[in-house]
Design a protein around this ligand. Structure first.
Ligand code: PMP
Length: 396
């Protein structure tokens, strides 16, 4: 048997805990709130099919040829218009990079800025794939305390003082994955100011911001940025379809240029057909109306889930009640081993993602993430009852 000498970047065997959880949750008997998938019934399949046809008709040769590493110009222009309209994030063409999913932005930022041993400050808890990416580049994490309004700025400032060479602050300010929490405007402004004061970069990851079903829009951290310390990333994955793998970065041109070089090493450029298809989709469809429809459905599903929590969960359980996005976060007091709890819930044919992998440091026992975007209403009702029964039994 060959002993493969993998690099240090490759996680040791057995660390794909989330993969194992999602595999267990994929059993058709199980009602799963574990994944992070959009509602497939709202994918605009017909409209996108027409857009793909148009992409071939109008740009067939360009779509099939190698293309520019920064992305299709028409799409970059549309992205600029979109972020200006939605987030008051402004820039020129040189500030936009189209990426293969916004996941690629995480990877490129990790590659471009994180040397082994560099400090990356993260919310506690945070998006687990971001932890995986930065870990693969050798990051040392410092977890910053959060409350119902996301990352606490006094805790962040203390962490920046204690770690003066920190490279990056990673934040998901809207309807965070995994908690569903949103950071208010005053904190965002403070965050942008702290980034400038301590000369640290902020990576603002905003895949969910447009999926708002209650409350008021909060301005992006990037909209408070005066000197390029904030890198802004988003995606078409939640508003259109994740299968196209189209995300983007808006940042200082110097950052975009360096990341473009690194992107060339990774994949030369993002799929041209997907880019032209979205160009045509945006030109001939009302994305805002579509996003409204998605938000309305997710709002309905979130409400059902919260009703289920109130009706069936044990007393004393805490939960977030998000105003958008796809996830809420539950904390069950008295539970010591959340993975064990997960296994007990599987026996009741219902699944979630235990909170543990979302923590860079010590996990919070009894915390887990529930996804409400993907399950249909009858499944949510039945699944929450089963989950309630499982939790009642577990805390007995
Ligand atoms: N950031 C966050 C916080 C996410 O939840 C996700 C998707 N799960 C991504 C980035 C990556 O999304 P995509 O590559 O599909 O744009």
């Amino acid at each position: 048997m060959t002993e493969f000498k993998f690099s240090k970047r490759v996680p040791a065997d057995g660390t794909d805990a989330v993969g194992a959880i999602l595999k267990a949750a994929a059993d058709p008997r199980i009602i799963s709130f574990a994944g992070g998938l959009p509602a497939p019934e709202l994918f605009p399949v017909k409209e996108m099919q027409a857009a793909v046809d148009l992409a071939f008709e109008e740009h067939g040769q360009e779509a099939m040829q190698y293309g520019a590493a920064k992305g299709v110009t028409a799409l970059r222009e549309q992205i600029l218009k979109h972020v200006k309209e939605k987030e008051n994030v402004t820039g020129e063409l040189e500030n936009v990079l189209v990426t293969t999913g916004s996941e690629q932005v995480l990877d490129l930022v990790g590659k471009a800025f994180v040397n082994p041993g560099d400090t990356v400050l993260v919310e506690q808890p945070t998006y687990l794939c971001a932890l995986d990416v930065f870990k693969s580049y050798g990051a040392d994490f410092v977890s910053v305390a959060t409350d119902d309004d996301g990352m606490k700025m006094d805790a962040l400032e203390a962490a920046l003082k204690a770690n003066p060479t920190a490279k990056l602050v990673y934040t998901v300010p809207n309807f965070q994955n995994p908690t569903g929490r949103t950071m208010p405007a005053d904190r965002r402004q403070q965050l942008a100011e702290l980034a400038a004061k301590y000369d640290v970069l902020v990576l603002e990851d905003n895949p969910y911001g447009e999926i708002r079903f209650a409350g008021q829009h909060v301005p992006a951290v990037k909209s408070f940025d005066k000197d390029g310390h904030v890198l802004y990333m988003s995606t078409f994955s939640k508003t259109l379809a994740p299968g196209f793998r189209l995300g983007w970065l808006v940042a200082d041109a110097k950052v975009v240029d360096k990341l473009t070089v690194l992107k060339q090493s990774a994949d030369l450029h993002t799929d041209n057909l997907a880019q032209y298809a979205v160009v045509e989709f945006l030109a001939h469809n009302d994305l805002d109306a579509h996003v409204k429809e998605i938000s309305a459905l997710y709002g309905k599903r979130k409400a059902l889930m919260v009703e289920g929590i109130k009706e069936y969960f044990p007393a004393g359980v805490k939960y977030t009640d998000p105003e958008g996005g796809m996830f809420l976060w539950v904390e069950v007091p008295g539970v010591k081993d959340t993975v064990e709890l997960f296994k007990q819930c599987l026996e009741h044919n219902v699944a979630f993602v235990p909170g543990d992998p979302f923590f860079a440091g010590q996990p919070q026992p009894g915390a887990f993430r529930l996804n409400y975007s993907n399950a249909e209403e009858d499944k949510i009702k039945a699944g929450m009852k089963q989950l309630g029964e499982a939790l009642q039994e577990a805390v007995k």
